[in-house]
Design a protein around this ligand. Structure first.
Ligand SMILES: [Zn+2]
Length: 276
């Protein structure tokens, strides 16, 4: 009998400890902002996949951001040899434009051609002279602003790689936001917001759980995804969680049921994101 009571008390204490561990850091009125960022749309990518994703977000009355490559390199982006570039087509712009007008879609600039200049560490911009960076960013921004009736204020550096010259060029072109991972520099007094907590589609719930235990009243999570997440293909060396359109729809429904979660575009998030 004694052993039985001992067991009951032990189970009770262990459960209480677990409960306390879970609730210890919960911040009252915590708000979590989630930004869905679909990377790499270009002259080469699938209209069908992009259209389906946009319809899902529109049906949920939510906004997302497409990080668009304005002048996609014609060959493999990780081949450093000189390549031709293929500008985003009017056809693609015509597909996306109605969603821009409805407020479903924000267009962000995702590099110029997305071609790496180094084999050792993939980067399109880091290490490039300032004048060249400014020229490429100017051309890319101009093409997207000509094709879409929207001012482009968010920049997503290919391979998460950028340097101080990139931030200077972005500042001079009146960009407001950089979305990359945590590794990048975040210089102050540039008037740029660095929204950098990036996760993949399969890590959304984990990121929310982590955010819940942070002390800040507000947390921001960028969910980066690509068209290959919706394609049944093998990609060696790429962290590639698979997602179906139904799965994306369910994920959004689930997130919308959680009162403290708000889904925004980069531009919307930037307005409330704290200054560096
Ligand atoms: Zn990319």
């Amino acid at each position: 009998m004694k052993t039985f009571f001992l067991k009951v008390i032990t189970i009770f204490l262990v459960s209480m400890l677990g409960f306390l561990a879970c609730t210890k850091h919960k911040v009252k009125d915590k708000k979590i902002y989630i930004i869905f960022r679909f990377d790499d749309p270009s002259a080469y990518t699938s209209d069908v996949i992009e259209s389906k994703i946009l319809h899902i977000f529109k049906d949920h009355n939510l906004s997302l951001t497409f990080a668009v490559i304005p002048y996609r390199c014609a060959g493999d982006p990780i081949d450093v040899k000189p390549q031709k570039v293929v500008p985003l087509t009017q056809k693609k712009a015509n597909l996306l434009q109605p969603f821009v007008q409805k407020g479903t879609l924000e267009i962000a600039l995702h590099g110029y051609s997305h071609q790496t200049r180094s084999n050792e560490k993939w980067t399109e911009f880091a290490g490039m002279p300032y004048a060249e960076q400014l020229d490429k960013l100017t051309k890319g921004k101009k093409l997207l602003e000509t094709l879409f009736t929207q001012r482009i204020t968010s920049f997503v550096p290919p391979y998460n790689a950028y340097d101080i010259n990139t931030t200077k060029a972005l500042k001079s072109l009146q960009f407001l936001t950089i979305s990359a991972n945590e590794e990048g520099i975040k210089p102050k007094n540039f008037g740029l917001k660095f929204i950098s907590n990036t996760v993949t589609l399969d890590k959304v719930q984990q990121a929310i759980d982590d955010a819940m235990s942070e002390e800040e009243k507000r947390s921001f999570i960028v969910v980066m995804f690509h068209e290959y997440n919706f394609m049944n293909i093998k990609m060696p060396g790429v962290d590639k969680p698979e997602m179906s359109f139904e799965g994306l729809d369910e994920l959004l429904t689930n997130l919308q049921h959680q009162k403290n979660i708000h889904i925004l575009s980069l531009k919307q998030a930037s307005k409330i994101y704290p200054n560096p």
